[in-house]
Design a protein around this ligand. Sequence first.
Ligand code: FNR
Length: 184
Amino acid sequence: MRLLGISGSLRNGSYNTRLLELCRDRVPAGSDFTIYHGGALPFYDQDLDKDEKPAAVVELLDLVRKTDALLFATPEYNYSVPATLKNTIDWASRPAFNSVLKGRPAAIISASMSAFGGLRAQMHLKQILGATLTPVYPAPEFLLPQAHEVLSADGGVRDAGLEKRLREFLLGFVAWADKQPAGA
Ligand code: FNR
């Protein structure tokens, strides 16, 4: 299975991008995992969204098209998703209801320094992906609260429970994504 991990953070040392790296290193054998963030995209502008699109947009659309399943890792900014992630989705969402996101199975994970683990951002992201007809892995949800205490600066994981949770989440998500009808 080809997976595309989309990080909602542009930050060096991002906990959410780190989560995607941990996923990349733990996906079932035979899977291919690419990590992406929308830092090179311009702000969405319908005047730019013509037949000939900006190079960064073409790259994003190609990446999504070549992917069997999407894994969004979102920080929570002011109780919602960061603008860069919304912008990435807006670019990928056209034409409406018939875009590269339509029917492409997805899951959402989040890491936050707070006790809530990005819950509110996840809820907003589920709503946004409803607009793009992107089916979202329903359960179990994966949230990482107090990420700064669990993920160490050297890239290590300080919590054995996280290791188990992450592996179970990935196995469940990949099995679910595999069963989704193409273009549903
Ligand atoms: C935050 N942060 C934050 N955390 C949270 O749990 N709820 C929130 O509403 C917010 N709001 C917020 C707004 C802005 C503008 C920033 C910069 C940060 C903290 C945020 O979760 C924390 O910085 C994470 O480490 C960001 O994710 P990455 O970059 O580590 O992946």
